[in-house]
Write a protein that binds this ligand. Sequence first.
Ligand code: NAP
Length: 298
Amino acid sequence: MTAEIISGTEIRKEILAEIKQEVEEMKEKVGKVPGLVTILVGKSPASVSYVTLKVKTALSVGFNEIQDDQPEDISEADLLALIDKYNNDENIHGILVQLPLPKHIDDKKVLNAINPDKDVDAFHPVNVGRLMIGGDEVRFLPCTPAGIQEMIVRSGTETSGAEVVVVGRSNIVGKPIAMMMAQKGVGANSTVTIVHTRTKDLAAHCKRADILIVAAGVPDLVKPEWIKPGATVIDVGVNRVGMNEATGKAILKGDVDYDRAKEIAGKITPVPGGVGPMTIAMLMKNTLTSAKKTLGLE
Ligand code: NAP
């Protein structure tokens, strides 16, 4: 059996087209569009490239996008004042601060200063708490876990009553996706196990999974014989394993031995082209949700 490939690149296209459509309708109805500000401190090439991609995507769906670049030596107080300004700007519905910040600035202090109702990354403790409570309490879901859940749902995988095994317990992927899959509701209602480096028999747990979500950051950690035939496998790992001399680009590999796993799994995400492309799409979705709530359209 060869697995059906769940393409993040294709699903992202669908989501962005849906968002663009909703933005056009919003503009017609209330004469406004979602506003997103991206704050970049300094000029680290990796951060510049992430921010550029976010800005390009936001513009492509019709958002009012403000790229606010600040010098490397901005003081913590000035950065906090800037956040406060956007917290009070009614045309801004989402605030993004690109990490990492320079060493003289406390990341946590800055992220916690963002109004939780504009925290479209969903890293603020208030949004983490809302996720835990679930249901109507949730305003935004963190983007990578939200992308994973969206892929599971759009691939037609049954989640209700399914055995879900999550490899990894980080705050940005493992813990939130495990909690989301265990909640009551559509695309959830699963029975969830979280495994990590202290787990006694990783293989035995993985073998039970109807849905296996792997976010460990270890290339080829999951062997094909650990996969239950027909399971849906979501590989979150992005590992640089070398350099392609011809293109000058990094060679990327996931946490699952993809070539052999796809002969056993029912559905599987590739790396690259799987979970990766979904994260920014979900960031746009959160910004749209925020604007809809603020403008009374929900
Ligand atoms: P992380 O903070 O390093 O956490 C990794 C988790 O995996 C930890 O909980 C660790 O267990 C567990 N783990 C590591 N090696 C293991 C092993 N041999 N057996 C069992 N568990 C093991 O990583 P992260 O931030 O969650 O990211 C995970 C991967 O996803 C990375 O490759 C990252 O690049 C990728 N990622 C992709 C996206 C995206 O595509 N948009 C977004 C975020 C992350 P302990 O807690 O016991 O140490």
